[in-house]
Design a binder for this molecule. Structure first.
Ligand code: PEP
Ligand code: MG
Length: 759
């Protein structure tokens, strides 16, 4: 799209501009005249064909995300309307939609990918020009003109059709083609079901709160280009002023933020950007529509750019366009809308810092993008709010205040649900709440099985805000405190003093209960905003966690000092993540002991007890020399990583992450071997992956000999309830028998046995 534009600049003649404006105002008139959606579409194809001097004009709109349908035509056979369909990528029309780029050819039938559709009678038309109808990167359809004469359309004609397509996109958004008044009213009113992916378990009911409210452009067509240009220029001035003020204000503490603002300033001052928008206005668009047209082009390009740096800069430009739109429409982030009660945040994506700022106010989060391991997911997990990711198109559908149900367990979202769906959902939430109340009565009781075996249940945490759960859940301590979040939410490395303060507050809040601090597990996919991204083919197995800590020890040592200072006079427990061989643990441990020595020398108070442990997250460590098991004060199995490496199944890849059962015989026997090695060395062993919070899995781990489990706080009740009802000795016999019988997974045998227990 850009290429075509660049070649034409700046010679769009006044006459063409006038023609274009005339067409756009006629389009606007069709919008203003009451009519059924189909009538409008028919009128529009007629108008465009007439104005462009082509025999054919057709509008194809998406029926579903992968199917386009011919919705109106001037010049093709009328019987084909609503009959002719094609898949994304199929034929020339499908190609335009898929690539979001125009196709312009004088000889369509010999063009690669041409699909002959006899029902349309289009074989007699040689030349073809198709442009995408899209709004802010959202594909809505394709606008096509065709003619018999064998000729390529000029760049000016391509540009003119793009401007028309932009107006059609806005009209689609305004509901102009769904029908008359009652259909207009129906837009954004129907129940819609979104199937995304599970980001964090749990269910909630609430009302939509859009992180970035949609800007509605009520009028895509400008009456007078000079007025529109003046409005645009004033808005750009305003924007420049606010960026300059932010830069000059001195409140930008860190370099990364500064760089973003510099990039904003560069774009805001870019002549090319402004000039393109002015040309769009000359063609008849309103100032808002011109900004949106540029923004749509940026988003379409963003999809094609693999380079993360360039994508980030385009993201900056996208943000800037948003700001400009808000200035023009007066629809700020503070649109005056009040955050509803029980807000469910809906966003394309969100940074960890922004999400934390909303904090526990939120009942749930739904994102269009995101991955299981994204920073936002890490924060949502820490906040223990249901999260659904990859709910595509939800920001387009949802309006502030819409009722919404989020089912994090299934990765499903119901927007504006039917009453019956809402009622069933409420039952589910009520049952979960009733169960939590039941579990609350167990809070002060130990997790002792009927055979007398006691299992320590601890909780996972990552924020100061998690600590109240220590009391509420009945956890015996924090079995895993993930320290990444404090690094992820800032745009700079946190300072030692800040960290020491935070860790001290955590220990204070734990009130003598044990807290296991895991040193920074970062790198590769969990890239810190201020860390140079490493281009690694396989990040999960790349330069991460302890590998970064040992190769570039500065940050790790600073963190260790912060921990030592926080724990002065109190016990301190530190664990190193992702240890793959004994020597890594020995080296990390020595680094900590060196820091202890340093602290002693400078006269700082030391922790009165120090435990140093390792996370067993790679199968190799299970086969480490005995000296490792003897040296470690404790070992914690990071089951999420261990399982992914044991089965070679990426924990973030939806296609394989659930493929292998945790209760698979080979995995359970492997756990049994680790238990055995720790037992020989008298080294305490715990399990802190997500599986520890799944009651049946937790029960089996305990039966295999694990005596400490660490899980999210909400799981402690259900796990404790189950443990207290059964004999782990009996369960072990069931597992052993199943294993001996040659099954793949012990799950069926365990479930059958459980069904016979008084639970
Ligand atoms: C694990 O891998 O099981 C673990 C607890 O660590 P994380 O999920 O943070 O990688
Ligand atoms: Mg891990």
């Amino acid at each position: 799209m850009e290429a075509a534009r660049d070649q034409t600049t700046p010679s769009v003649s006044d006459r063409e501009d006038r023609e274009s404006r005339k067409l756009l105002s006629r389009l606007r008139d069709t919008l203003a005249t009451p009519a059924k959606g189909q009538e409008r579409l028919d009128r529009i194809t007629h108008l465009i064909a007439d104005s462009m001097g082509t025999e054919v004009c057709s509008i194809y709109l998406f029926r579903d995300p992968t199917t386009l349908e011919l919705c109106a035509t001037e010049g093709l056979k009328p019987e084909a309307v609503h009959q002719t369909r094609m898949k994304l990528g199929e034929g020339l029309v499908g190609r335009v939609a898929k690539t979001s780029t125009p196709v312009n050819t004088g000889d369509a039938p010999s063009e690669k990918g041409f699909r002959y559709m006899p029902e349309t009678g289009e074989e007699i038309f040689s030349s073809f020009l198709g442009v995408p109808i899209q709004r802010l990167g959202e594909k809505l359809g394709v606008l096509v003109v065709q003619s018999k004469a064998k000729r390529q359309f000029s760049d000016d004609e391509v540009y003119a059709l793009e401007v028309v397509a932009m107006v059609l996109a806005e009209m689609t958004e305004l509901g102009a083609f769904v029908g008359d008044d009652e259909a207009m009213a129906a837009l954004h009113k129907h129940p819609v079901l979104f199937r995304g992916l599970m980001g964090q378990e749990g269910a909630c009911e609430g009302r939509v709160w859009l992180h970035e409210p949609r800007v509605v452009v009520a009028n895509p067509v400008g009456d007078d280009p000079e007025t529109e240009k003046a409005r645009l220029n004033a808005a750009v001035e305003d924007l420049r002023g606010s960026v300059d003020a932010m830069l000059a204000g001195g409140e930008i503490a860190d370099k990364a933020q500064q760089e973003i603002l510099e990039a904003y300033r560069m774009f805001a001052n870019s002549r090319g950007w402004l000039k393109r928008m002015e040309e769009d206005i000359d063609r008849g668009l309103s100032a808002e529509a011109a900004v949106e047209k540029e923004q749509s082009a940026t988003r379409a390009r963003m999809e094609q750019v693999p380079d993360p740096y360039l994508r980030e800069r385009m993201q900056d430009l996208d943000d800037l366009s948003n700001r400009l739109l808000r200035i023009l429409t007066g629809q700020g982030n503070d649109t005056g809308a009040e955050m509803p009660e029980n807000p469910v945040l809906v966003a394309r994506n969100i940074g960890p810092g922004d999400l934390l700022e909303y904090g526990r106010k939120l009942k749930g989060v739904v994102l269009e993008e995101g991955s299981v391991g994204s920073h936002a997911a890490v924060v949502a997990r820490a906040l223990v709010i249901p999260l659904v990711i990859q709910a595509s198109r939800i920001t387009t559908e949802a309006l502030n205040g819409d009722p919404i149900l989020v089912d994090g367990d299934q990765g499903v979202v119901h927007l504006r649900p039917e009453d019956s769906v809402a009622a069933a959902f409420r039952d589910k939430i009520a049952m979960a709440a009733a169960a939590q109340t039941r579990y609350a009565s167990l809070r002060e009781l130990p997790a002792v099985a009927t055979c007398g075996t006691r299992v320590g249940l601890h909780m996972n945490a990552g924020l100061m805000a998690d600590l109240p759960s220590l009391k509420g859940s009945g956890a015996e301590g924090v079995g895993l405190f993930r320290t990444e979040l404090q690094f992820l939410i800032r745009n700079r490395v946190p300072q030692r003093g800040e960290l020491a303060q935070l860790y001290a507050r955590v220990l204070q809040a734990a009130d003598g209960k044990r807290v296991v601090f895991r040193t920074l597990d970062i790198g590769s996919d969990k890239v810190l905003p201020y860390m140079k991204p490493q281009d690694e083919p396989n990040p999960a197995m790349g330069w991460r966690a302890i590998r970064v800590g040992l190769d570039k020890p500065g940050v790790m040592r600073m963190q260790l000092q912060a921990l030592l200072r926080a724990a002065a006079g109190r016990p301190l427990t530190v664990m190193f993540p992702f240890i793959a061989q004994a020597s890594e643990f020995f080296e990390a441990r020595q680094a900590l002991l060196d820091e202890v020595e340093r602290e002693r020398k400078i006269g700082h108070a030391l922790p009165f007890k120090l435990e140093i442990g390792a996370m067993l997250e790679t199968p190799s460590l299970a086969f480490a020399p005995k000296s490792f098991f003897e040296t470690a004060d404790f070992i914690s199995i990071g089951g999420n990583d261990l399982k992914q490496f044991f089965f070679a199944a990426d924990r973030e890849n939806e296609r394989v992450r659930r493929r292998y059962d945790t209760l698979d015989v080979s995995f359970l026997s492997f756990l049994g071997q680790i238990v055995e090695r720790c037992h020989e060395a008298h080294t305490p062993l715990s399990f802190c992956g997500e599986d520890a919070g799944r009651p049946v899995e937790a029960l089996c781990f305990a039966a295999m000999g694990l005596r400490t489990l660490s899980m999210r706080p909400a799981s402690i009740g259900p796990v404790k309830h189950l443990i207290r009802k059964v004999s782990l000795r009996d369960l072990r016999a069931v597992i052993d028998e199943a294993m001996a019988s040659g099954v793949q997974s012990v799950r069926p045998a365990v479930m059958e046995w459980l069904a016979r227990q008084p639970v």
